[in-house]
Design a protein around this ligand. Structure first.
Ligand code: SF4
Length: 555
């Protein structure tokens, strides 16, 4: 954070700090923001007061007889080191009061207002005084109770307000995130709970037991990804709706609100207005080749959490620290491969299971990245040697889904074509997730940075390959959701047709929406949410809040 920015603490952040110091850190230092119902309702209630209306005369020009009512006024003071946008300033002449609008009900307290609200409105009153006005009290207006609560600017409240401002500046200067509240009911209403992960972090720090972990965010996302792959489609925007057209005719439309990300395959046109609308709302647009190769993405302004990216680069430059993370990614992948084989194999591949268990153990202790690569390769050979035995579907009498090991560029059979496509889609998913969390997706710990390769997304993807991609292949083939007509052959290379890709994406999205019991936290959550939780926990490892990365391993 820039020194000048640190000087001026927003009065809103003083409120957050009193509520929870970690919340103030996440919002002000790390630039985190997330909408929940409370935030959206708060914004709606604020719409009227957020418009700059009414005049605020200078203290010298103010007519003592004339009422003052000025909305959304920005004031600051270098001496106090505070800045605030005041919802309403009312009074007469130069004797005025700040009014702060709060959604929700007035508390049943002798003071009539929450301490956090009193501190915030006191800061606003002090700013008015600093700017030459006379101000003896502020007002907090609780919209739900429709109650005005007068807050006298006492010496005691002023001292508390200035002390909080100093604590906030110290917290930002030191750059250490405060620990989460433990078992606090405040977290349940906190919009940043899915980012903060208070109970999860407390568990991994050893501050609480497994029974104390609550899932205080929705198990699934309400918004869904939009995939478009019919060549020649165009994407435009009308108001708050996305319109998809073919040759000028409207094929489909959807509310922006219901879209979490957009994936475009091949030659799909998109208007500048649509790209801007997606960027404004933080909806990433991902671009794939016609064949499903993930080529890149558009995003809005880079996430404000510079601190996280600085720590990411430092960790990537430290060979020991990189290795510690890489071991976890690879061991997680091997264990999850083993679980998939154990659960789905009709026979008894005991030797392969024992070998995979041994390789996972060895990966946890690998002396360097080269050894780890060797162990990963050996595990993949063992696992894929048996993967074909898990496939029971296919067209009768047809050998479409015979599988003799992994082949990449190009895939030399239909199963490999589906695997490659799914890995590409999953890499896109984790690229978007790591960006959302504030990472640079191109800088990895296990995968080496290479031009355009989302190395960090590939790192985090390791433990999820069996759980999401390979598990989706089993569903598609064993439930006969895909057949030989869904593939094209060109020489030795196999690829999915457009219909084939549609079938794969449908099965993939179902898998991402599946609820799974988190092995460490015990709650049910969708795979898509699990990806974000893992990425956020990786971030907490980098900030030193939790000692080590714990891979997501199913039992
Ligand atoms: S979830 Fe709880 S600990 Fe985390 S920022 Fe919000 S109130 Fe603070």
């Amino acid at each position: 954070m820039h020194a000048e920015d640190i000087l001026l603490v927003p009065a809103r952040i003083l409120n957050e700090y009193v509520y929870c110091p970690r919340l103030a850190y996440l919002e002000w230092v790390q630039g985190e923001f997330r909408e929940n119902v409370d935030v959206v309702e708060g914004k709606l209630e604020h719409r009227r007061v957020d418009e700059e209306r009414g005049e605020l005369p200078t203290p010298e020009e103010a007519d003592p007889e004339r009422p003052v009512a000025a909305r959304s006024v920005l004031l600051s003071s270098d001496r106090l080191g505070i800045i605030a946008r005041i919802d309403l300033i009312e009074g007469e002449g130069n004797r005025v009061s700040p009014v702060d609008y709060k959604r929700g009900r007035a508390p049943d307290l002798p003071e009539g207002a929450w301490e956090a609200d009193r501190v915030q409105v006191c800061a606003q009153a002090l700013l008015l005084r600093e700017n030459g006005y006379r101000c003896d009290e502020g007002v907090v207006y609780y919209c739900e109770s429709r109650r005005r609560v007068a807050v006298p600017v006492t010496e005691e409240l002023t001292t508390r307000c200035l002390a909080v401002a100093e604590e906030v500046r110290r917290m930002a200067r030191e750059g250490t995130i405060p620990p989460p509240l433990v078992n606090s009911p405040k977290c349940i209403r906190c919009s940043l709970a899915p980012i903060c992960l208070p109970d999860e972090v407390s568990l991994l720090r050893g501050a609480v037991g497994e029974e104390d972990v609550r899932r205080i965010f929705p198990a699934r996302d309400d918004a869904a990804p939009l995939y478009l792959q019919t060549q020649g489609l165009s994407v435009g925007i009308r108001g708050e709706r996305v319109e998809i057209r073919e040759g000028g005719s409207l094929m489909r439309d959807a509310r922006l609100l219901d879209i979490s990300q957009v994936s475009l395959f091949g030659n799909i046109q998109i208007t500048t207005q649509a790209v801007r609308a997606f960027l404004d709302r933080g909806i990433p647009v991902c671009y794939f080749s016609m064949g499903g190769w993930f080529q890149g993405w558009s995003q809005g302004l880079v996430h404000k959490n510079v601190e996280l990216r600085r720590l990411q680069y430092a960790r990537a430059a430290d060979p020991e620290a990189r290795l510690a993370l890489a071991r976890r990614f690879v061991a997680g992948k091997i264990r999850n491969s083993r679980t998939l084989l154990r659960r789905n194999h009709a026979g008894d591949p005991a030797a392969a299971l024992a070998e995979l268990a041994r390789l996972a153990e060895a990966a946890e202790k690998a002396a360097n990245l080269e050894t780890l690569l060797g162990l990963e390769g050996a595990a993949a050979r063992t696992y894929f040697a048996h993967f074909g035995e898990l496939l029971q579907g296919g067209d009768p009498g047809c050998r479409t889904f015979d599988f003799n090991g992994r082949s990449r560029r190009p895939p030399t059979d239909p199963v490999n074509a589906v695997l490659s496509f799914l890995y590409s889609v999953l890499a896109k998913e984790l690229t978007v997730t790591t960006m959302t969390v504030g990472f640079d997706p191109l800088m990895g710990f296990y995968h080496q940075p290479r031009y355009g390769r989302p190395a960090l997304a590939l790192d985090l993807m390791e433990e999820f390959r069996p759980l999401i991609a390979e598990s989706t292949v089993l569903t598609l083939i064993n439930r006969k959701e895909i057949g030989s007509s869904d593939f094209l052959r060109r020489g030795n290379a196999w690829a999915l047709t457009e219909n084939g890709r549609k079938a794969v994406l449908r099965a993939y999205e179902r898998r991402m929406d599946d609820l799974v019991t988190h092995p460490r936290f015990g709650y049910q959550v969708s795979y898509r949410r699990v990806l974000e939780v893992q990425a956020r926990l990786l971030g907490r490892v980098l900030t030193g809040e939790i000692p080590e990365y714990v891979a997501f391993e199913t039992r």
